[in-house]
Design a binder for this molecule. Structure first.
Ligand SMILES: *Cc1c(COP(=O)(O)O)cnc(C)c1O
Length: 428
């Protein structure tokens, strides 16, 4: 599909073609494991990456490829890989870049599960993360050492709704010759396209806004295709003969598609964190309404945050769309269509009042998810950020006295009425 269509049109059409066998207009669920080779030569050409085609669904599948193409178009990337979850996408993004002894610089303000993945689990691979407040640009630059291989942040940081200065971080990454990886889950490409701000790789939990209705666990990595993997000698898996793929030099052979092909040919092949075709189908359908949903999410979040901020039972609201937010000016530059629909607020009465509030809500669902059509709430300190130390909780914006809201697309007046009655009970 040509790039001349606008975002809203691409959200419906990119990656989708009438099915060549049946003419089916919606992308079919190709529920198949393998694909018949035309002949032995065809099979050999596919395995040698001399011809692009389907071999085995751990690597590629037509339904999953349609989703990869659509998210790639919406993010303005060169290539994309779908994965089994957002967390899988993060490992897949790091995999071609990292090796034992290598580290990444990660924002202190990340999804709780990501902080755990980066601070604990990746150590098993010999990788590590240095957590830095990415608003402190000098500290980011100072943390980079000869073993650093990437800088990682979230566009709209979970749970507080803080906005990362992608342009400034991209500039630092550029100065030190490293890729900037941006988790764009909470903004979605409708609100922000990180590649336009200098990101090298964009990762998504498709579980959230992309699918939009809480039915799928999935992830996507999008490559800008712009990073020079050969320049510094720091990314040998991409820029030197790769023993895991019969000595292929991916960057020399595939240029701007090196990362994407490496991720399929080695990452998906050997790590196996593949998205299933049914999940991809649901996400494709979800993305058809992404623009409409995000408009309503943002509109509702602005109304709810404005109402909460004026309420005497509330200590503070972190929504970057409020004039009182230190991130208010940054929103206009990074997310000009709105500050998202994810934020926290502090309830007077602390931990106890938060727990009571959560239990008193009727319309809101108390779940460990976000980006659903439904309004969701969670008390991060007792759930998603429970594994973190109190210092990490506060640094991540998940202090014990705050609850996180993911504002849905219901009628804003109904959302506010529910918060009103629950706040009355929580602070009685
Ligand atoms: C949910 C989430 C993830 C993890 O995604 P899963 O699909 O749950 O694995 C990563 N980053 C952010 C910002 C998220 O909200």
């Amino acid at each position: 599909m040509t790039k001349t269509y606008s975002f809203d049109t691409l959200a419906i059409h990119a990656g989708a073609h009438p099915d060549p066998a049946t003419g089916a207009r919606q992308v079919p669920i190709y529920q198949t494991t393998a694909y018949v080779f035309k002949d032995a030569d065809h099979a050999a050409r596919l395995f040698n990456l001399q011809e692009v085609g389907y071999i085995y669904s751990r690597l590629t599948n037509p339904t999953v490829s349609a989703l990869a193409e659509r998210v790639c178009a919406l993010e303005g990337g060169a290539g994309a890989i779908c994965c089994s979850s957002g967390h899988a996408a993060q490992i897949m993004a790091l995999f071609p870049l990292m090796g034992p002894g290598k580290n990444i610089i990660a924002s202190t303000r990340l999804y709780g599960g990501t902080i755990t993945q980066f601070s604990q689990t990746i150590k098993r691979f010999g990788w590590s993360a240095k957590f830095v407040d990415t608003d402190d640009l000098k500290a980011v630059e100072a943390a980079v050492d000869e073993n650093t291989r990437a800088i990682f942040c979230e566009t709209i940081a979970n749970p507080g709704g803080y906005i990362s200065d992608l342009d400034a971080l991209a500039k630092i990454a550029d100065n030190v010759g490293l890729p900037l990886i941006v988790d764009n889950t909470t903004a979605s490409p409708y609100l922000c396209r990180p590649i336009e701000h200098g990101a090298t790789l964009v990762v998504h939990s498709a579980t959230k806004y992309l699918t939009g209705n809480g039915t799928v666990t999935g992830g996507v990595v999008v490559d800008s295709g712009k990073f020079d993997w050969s320049k510094s000698g720091k990314f040998p898996s991409l820029s030197e003969p790769e023993p895991a793929y019969h000595g292929l030099n991916f960057h020399a052979a595939l240029g701007g598609m090196a990362f994407t092909f490496h991720s399929i040919a080695i990452g998906l092949r050997d790590l196996g964190m593949t998205m299933n075709p049914q999940g991809a189908h649901y996400t494709l359908m979800g993305i058809e309404t992404l623009a409409l949903r995000m408009q309503r999410h943002v509109e509702n979040a602005q109304k709810v945050a404005t109402w909460l901020e004026k309420d005497p039972r509330v200590d503070f609201v972190t929504y970057a769309g409020l004039k009182s937010s230190p991130y208010h000016d940054r929103v206009a530059r990074i997310c000009p269509k709105g500050a998202g629909a994810l934020f926290t607020f502090a309830v007077k009465g602390g931990y106890e009042a938060c727990v009571k509030l959560v239990d008193s809500l009727e319309l809101f669902s108390h779940v460990a998810n976000l980006g659903d059509t439904r309004s969701l709430i969670i008390h991060s300190a007792s759930t998603t950020h429970r594994q973190l130390s109190p210092e990490q909780q506060i640094a991540a914006g998940a202090a014990p006295n705050v609850v996180r809201l993911s504002i849905g697309i219901e009628d804003a007046a109904d959302i506010i009425a529910d918060l009103d009655q629950a706040l009355a009970k929580a602070t009685a």
